[in-house]
Design a protein around this ligand. Sequence first.
Ligand SMILES: Cc1ncc(C[n+]2csc(CCOP(=O)(O)OP(=O)(O)O)c2C)c(N)n1
Ligand SMILES: [Mg+2]
Length: 576
Amino acid sequence: MPEGTTKTMPAADAQDLTDGFHLLIDALKLNGLTTIYNVPGIPITDFGRMAQASGLRVLSFRHEQNAGYAAAIAGYLTKKPGVCLTVSAPGFLNGLTALAHATTNCFPMIMMSGSSEREIVDLQQGDYEEMDQLAIAKTMCKAAYRVLHAQDIGIGVARAIRAAVSGRPGGVYLDLPAKLFGQVMNAEAGRKSLVKVIDPAPAQIPAPAAIKRALDVLKNAKRPLIILGKGAAYAQADDAIRAFVEKSGAPFLPMSMAKGLLPDTHPQCAGAARSTVLKDADAVMMIGARLNWLLSHGKGKQWGDAPKQFIQVDIEPREMDSNVEIAAPVVGDIASCMQAFLDAMGKWDAPPAEWTGAVKAKRDENVTKMAPRLMNNNVPMDYHGALGVLRKIIAERPETILVNEGANTLDLARGVIDIYKPRKRLDVGTWGVMGIGMGQAIAAAVETGHPVLAVEGDSAFGFSGMEVETICRYELPVCVVIFNNNGIYRGTDVNKAGADPATTVFVKGARYDKMMEAFGGVGVNATSPDDLKRAVNAALDSKKPTLVNAVIDPAAGSESGRIGNLNPQSALKKKA
Ligand SMILES: Cc1ncc(C[n+]2csc(CCOP(=O)(O)OP(=O)(O)O)c2C)c(N)n1
Ligand SMILES: [Mg+2]
């Protein structure tokens, strides 16, 4: 008997009845939500079984946080809410980081958690896994709902979908008390209670005056710059964005996950001239990018002294003026905005050649400077030698989805590995969170069918490493490369005060490849760029779950990768 069912129905009656389990399955199916990322347990074990039996794909993880990161990135890749399912209190809390991450990154996601008996929870009488989950979730997501009655499941799911994908997307929490699953009702009434969400993310058309104002600023600029954010990649308006950028003639700078919207090798790409364009531009147009810490809030040294006008294209009106004055705010969904720009541009003159020429010269200079470092054959490998190999592999296999986390492993890979197609680079996002790796790799493979290359710092990998079993279980085409430098940032720190290892170092010479072998996948220990190249090409050819332990010089990295400046410094002289 399913957990939570209180009475058994005579067979004849049961034909005319449905229950919470089935209504939830039917509501998800009706709205095309066909994959669930979960960890089973009371009160959702039977729900997972029934959902799988009904044809939904139910993928079980080893930890809810990874299931949550999988759902979050599934939402980003598909524009449909990714669904994560957890048990009560501890499972709910384990998933919550991912839900908050989805909200911060504007990924549509629905986390559904089973919860304990309301009457007992609210009187704090100590129920099994007691917790007021709804109250806690509210502060971490875009919307949070609880469904108490089976006849409200249809509405509850519809509200969750609309909240997740409309306007600025984000995380939504759906609280499902144990008793709900077992509630029975008339099958016909149940069917009628379901809601098919029509047009869940309605177009938000920008005002013509806002479009004109923005184009005027862009047209009058001597040194225009376009910054593409992951909101632009999410929009799946790839052709319109490319057409607009090309017609504008302006250099463009892709934020990390917007790389590939136009290829990094595109003649207008200013990725390798970042500091020059930020400093010298006189008009900056952000498309689905926010002026948060990743862009130094639009002010300060990085942005130089040249006066600038900002144009911002975003679906969220409150994003405007959040950090600096926005001269031309354009509020609307990216696809509608891009179309409106293209319709209104008319004849368009390219920006002054002096500007585009200077950007190109800087970019070529930086690329040339980097080239020999990427071809080095050092043993032990340094980051550049290893990344040079991976850069070439992605150039030859541009369908591959790159997942990337770490500190040096992240910052250097972002700069070195060119991306050629939209939504092919997934990473730590707005928070710089470690732990997204295996969840993202799994969902990317499941949702797209494309091979995945996960380039992971050894510390970063540790946050979700147990999911290599999940990768093997579902036989996913994922190749994990661990940049193993024996620790966080570097493997060379020494504790001057005692016998314990320093705080940033791990077991030296660890063999992460053996973890993959333990579950039937392929493990390779790579000590040279040639080893690495062979192993990754073999993995991508065979599509077999593979983990390559890439041995990196422990002294090669730098503190906090490229963001060491964010570490607080004391006014006191260093004591230790
Ligand atoms: C959830 C979370 N915990 C801790 C951190 C702090 N942190 C930033 S990078 C990093 C790991 C860096 O080491 P590694 O992944 O090995 O990359 P490396 O620089 O050594 O290449 C940590 C722990 C974080 N960003 N997110
Ligand atoms: Mg490391």
